[in-house]
Every structure is written in structure tokens, then in C-alpha cells.
Design a protein around this ligand. Structure first.
Ligand SMILES: *Cc1c(COP(=O)(O)O)cnc(C)c1O
Length: 369
């Protein structure tokens, strides 16, 4: 058998998967253009520009010394910290190798070929990927003003619908669904449809916009909420995320999960970083500064952008691929979002103040080049 015949043995829905396109790593750009990696800035993956919380760093170092042992497969210490922090019971928690992992666990626990998962146009790329990897059918509902159209999503529910993925705030658009609308949506939805509410950017919301979504679990047994340590907690490279759900649902997802899906260093770092309030506060405030600066900078350049509730903004630049390439040549990595159906836009994460200035400067030069 030649290689093509071997690959034909995989189901069509696997062969049809379009790979996830990650942000370009700094060392890769340095290699490709012969640039000094220290001179490159990356505003492409919504990472925390402040780096790793000092508390998380210390815990990770300590855990490294014990790396010969398997991790705690039940993640007791981290679950205990999460339970206290969020007011849930430990059996309601599922830990993941990034929240990407728990999103897949939700899909693998509830979807089969023949069933449907609904998500919005311009929503996070992992939802169609997780759906397709199972051979289930993805149903993409057109967005309204780049955000979720909850009315249309409700109307898209069929007898085959089993899951609905919602990112709030959404990536890459930065749009947010007000809590009251989301709550009304959950009330109208048939209880046999499970909602995966992805709140990766929750910590970037100002206090007055936050709602007690975790508290909604008491009302909705068909709700799964996911959170991540990759964004404001600054641990993207360690891969830790979690889901909160009804204990029965969490139990199912925990059966599907690999026994040691979160490594011991990541478990320790996340448990220590969770309550580093000072670090989270600084991350929040720096992002507010960045969002304001981008709004001002884009206005000066005459560019329109989607007002964002995350730590990134999608800005309309016209020839996005050309501008992206010219930014790369200037050592600035941002994210093209053509694969999200936004070919005229680039998504840029807020950085340190100096990084924001360098990006805006490079953008000005790249638009006219
Ligand atoms: C970044 C992001 C995540 C987090 O992914 P991890 O696997 O936890 O790193 C989840 N959902 C959305 C919408 C995101 O943008």
C-alpha cells in the first residue's frame, strides 16, 4: 500500500479537517527572516505580556523537583483552589491540558456522528475542529454585527442538536453577550441541548459587566462552563484549563479524559497563580490601557475596528495578508483571521505599553508600503 492508500483508511471527516493555524512563534520568525529574536514582539496569541505570576513561577520550580513522580491524576490541590475560588464542589470540576482539552472532552462525551453542534460564524476555531474530529455535524449560524445571534442560534436547534458552543467574550471578534441575554437564551433552550460556555476572557471584563455564570449551574444541568489559565493568568505554555458542570456531567467528562492530562508542574503553577490577585489586577489594568491606546491609534490611522471585551482587537486593514507580511518584516507578529471568515482584518493582542507603540508605528508604515 502506498501512503495515499494508507491515509484513505481514515474516515473522510478526519481527512477533511483543516488544521488549526496558531500564531507564529518568535523563534520561527527569527529563523525565517534572520532577525534577532529579542527584537521581535508577538501580539498574536492573546498571551499575557506581563509573563508568569511570581507565585506560579515559584510553585512550578518546586514541582519540577518532583517530576519523576506521576502527577495527581485527580488534581486535588488545584480542584480545591478552584472550588474555593468559584464556589463550586470539587466533583463539578474537570481539569484539562488547556481549556482546548476540556472543549474536546465535552464534544467527545456528548457528540456522535449524526448529531449536530451549533456555533457562531467568526467563533473560536476549536469548536468546528472538536466537532469534526468526532464525525458530528457542525452548524455555523451567521453572526450579527460580528457577535453571536442568539435568536438565530435558537432557531437552528433541530432534533439532532446536542451541543452549542458559545464564547463570551468571543475570539477573534472580542464581542460580548450581555448576561441577561445569555440567561434568557439558556431558559428558552430545550434541556436536551448542552451549552458549552467558553469564558476564556472573563477576567478581562470590567466588574460591572461580569455575571455569576458559574451560579447558573444550579439552574441549568445542561450547562458546561470553561475557563483557562492561558490568558490573564499567564500560563499559556503550561496548558491548564478547566470546566465546571453538574457533577454527573463532570464525571462523564472525567472518564473520557486521559488519566494524567495535566502535568504536575502545570497543576502546581495554576493552583498558586489562581489567587495571585495582584497579578490579575495588573493584567486587567494593562489591558484597559492597551484597548484605549489601540482605539485611539486606529482612529488616527482612519481604520475601523470591532470594539473588544477581550485582550485583543480585530482591526480592518484591507489587504490583511500584505499588512501582516510587512509587519513581520518589521519584527511584529499579529494574527491574520481570514480562516475565521474575516479576510480584511488582523487581530492584535494588547501588549506592554512600549509594544503597543511599536505595533502602531509598524502598522502605520505597513499600511502605506
Ligand atoms: C485562548 C482561548 C482559549 C484558551 O485555550 P487554552 O487551550 O486554554 O490555551 C479558549 N477559548 C477561547 C475562545 C480562546 O480564545
Amino acid at each position: 500500500m502506498n501512503m495515499e492508500d494508507i491515509c484513505d483508511l481514515a474516515p473522510g471527516y478526519i481527512r477533511g479537517i483543516a488544521p488549526y493555524q496558531p500564531g507564529k512563534p518568535i523563534p520561527e520568525l527569527a529563523r525565517e527572516l534572520g532577525l534577532d529574536p529579542d527584537g521581535i514582539i508577538k501580539l498574536a496569541s492573546n498571551e499575557n505580556p506581563l509573563g508568569v505570576s511570581p507565585l506560579a513561577m515559584r510553585a512550578a520550580r518546586q514541582a519540577l523537583a518532583d517530576a519523576a513522580r506521576y502527577p495527581d491524576g485527580n488534581g486535588f490541590e488545584l480542584k480545591q483552589a478552584l472550588a474555593r475560588h468559584y464556589g463550586v464542589e470539587m466533583p463539578q470540576i474537570v481539569l484539562g491540558n488547556g481549556s482546548n482539552d476540556v472543549l474536546e472532552l465535552a464534544a467527545r462525551s456528548f457528540l456522535t456522528p449524526g448529531l449536530e453542534a451549533i456555533y457562531s460564524q467568526h467563533a473560536f476555531a476549536v469548536y468546528p475542529l472538536a466537532t469534526q474530529a468526532i464525525g458530528a455535524t457542525g452548524v455555523e449560524v451567521p453572526a450579527r454585527d460580528f457577535g453571536h445571534d442568539l435568536g438565530a442560534m435558537l432557531r437552528a436547534v433541530s432534533t439532532r442538536t446536542r451541543l452549542i458552543f458559545i464564547a463570551n467574550p468571543n475570539n477573534p471578534t472580542g464581542t460580548m453577550i450581555p448576561g441577561a441575554e445569555l440567561h434568557a437564551f439558556l431558559r428558552e433552550l430545550p434541556a436536551r441541548v448542552i451549552v458549552v460556555l467558553d469564558e476564556a476572557y472573563n477576567e478581562y471584563l470590567p466588574a460591572e459587566l461580569k455575571v455569576d455564570s458559574v451560579g447558573w449551574l444550579r439552574e441549568f444541568p445542561n450547562l458546561i462552563i470553561t475557563r483557562t489559565f492561558s490568558k490573564i493568568y499567564g500560563l499559556a505554555g503550561l496548558r491548564v484549563g478547566c470546566a465546571f458542570a453538574h457533577a454527573g456531567v463532570a464525571d462523564l467528562m472525567n472518564r473520557v479524559r486521559q488519566p494524567f492530562n495535566v502535568n504536575s508542574i502545570s497543576l502546581a503553577a495554576a493552583a498558586a497563580g489562581l489567587d495571585d490577585r495582584e497579578f490579575v489586577r495588573r493584567g486587567f489594568e494593562l489591558n484597559q490601557i492597551g484597548l484605549r491606546r489601540f482605539a485611539q491609534g486606529f482612529a488616527q490611522l482612519g481604520l475601523s475596528y470591532i470594539p473588544s471585551f477581550g485582550n485583543f482587537v480585530s482591526v480592518k486593514v484591507g489587504d490583511a495578508n500584505g499588512v501582516f507580511q510587512r509587519l513581520l518584516e518589521r519584527g511584529v507578529i499579529v494574527r491574520p483571521v481570514a480562516s475565521y471568515g474575516m479576510p480584511d482584518y488582523l487581530r492584535v493582542s494588547t501588549g506592554l505599553e512600549a509594544e503597543n507603540e511599536r505595533f502602531l508605528d509598524a502598522l502605520r508604515q505597513s499600511l502605506s508600503a
